[in-house]
Ligand binder design. Sequence first.
Ligand code: FAD
Length: 398
Amino acid sequence: MGGLVVVGASLAGLRAVEAARKSGFDGPITLIGAEEHLPYDRPPLSKAFLAKEDTAPPMFRDEQLLDELGVRLVLGRPASGVDTQDRTVRIGDEEYGYDALVIATGASARTIPGSDALRGVHTLRTLDDAMAVRAALAPGTNLVVVGAGFIGSEVASSARDRGLTVTIVEAQPTPLVRAVGAQMGAACSSLHTRNGTTLRCGVGVAAIEGDGAVERVRLSDGTVLEADMVVVGVGASPATQWLTGSGLTLEDGVVCDETLHTGAPGVYAAGDVARWHNPAFSRHMRLEHWTSAAEQGALAARNALDPANARPYATVPYFWSDWYGSRFQFVGIPATDEVRVVDGDTDSTGFTALYREGDRLAGALTLNRPRDIMKYRRLITGEASWDDGLAFAKTRTT
Ligand code: FAD
């Protein structure tokens, strides 16, 4: 059939399909997704969706709207391979020809080997995961969250709201170091202790045990935590297994140039699965952020359909996370040359911290400063100096 094939029917895949039609492409489009569900939004899964039993699943579009886009949907069937010479995607024995291909298979939650078979041990990546977690969030339940990253922290916060007793176990001495640096990782995670969640850092999980269902978590220092439920939030791995042997370069994601091109004719990648060269910071990056997945999906489709006019994807990364009624927002990169709190203080309910790389303003983290964060993003996009960043900060606090 040819045309555009998009593998991965979630945020980046949907934006790819929408952008293709918006750009005037009227050829065939096939959207292939491993899950049975129509495309849905993931951020609410660890937030509003867990808050109340009757919150509806956060679907992006209904089937009729996808129909109107003229998309052939192949759901519940994972792609199993791609032949970049013949330009075909395989699902088992079936082959789908393409002229342009967008790979948008995202990432899958990492698990703790040996614990998957126990009832009451969860990860949180998909709508099905979220439904299982939500159904288990009964007041009085003892929840152990493994990993104090953003998703683990959001689950802990939602569970506290619903009256659970929550302990987070984090192997690193300080949480969130890769995302926001050590100083701010400590500041962010102090929200847990301030809200009645127990946080144990610098200790690993030796085993998750129980007879059929989880009963306890044994830590590497010998401590035993009683648990009725465990949520494992130890990060995600790019979903590239199906591309093994395809000839595409796979190194913690599908490696792409700055236009999201993989190097194979007509093949582009987008979203959590893509490791691309970001001209805004002159380095390869793989982000697991909503905004970049949406933007990359749209651009990958446009570039795949019109490679002669392919445009680069240059971005200052942005993400948010909501815990205990507060909102963290981060733009840029967590550079380590200097981190300075320029507004509020880290023990209070709001603050701004700036990150320096050389002479450049490289990043900004805010807690409950929604009006400021995009202003810092614009400064970083314009390659503002550190001094310009500090001068701007003064205008926000006086
Ligand atoms: P995904 O959303 O992972 O979708 C990939 C899709 O491809 C999946 O549906 C998968 O089933 C499918 N797939 C995989 N393999 C195959 C295959 N072989 N064949 C066919 N289909 C396949 N970001 C923020 O910035 N802020 C937040 O607050 C935030 N909260 C989040 C909360 C949760 C619980 C999660 C899981 C993520 C959150 N994120 C947040 C991250 C954000 O949701 C992701 O960056 C975004 O979903 C990435 O979109 P994607 O389309 O690239 O990948």
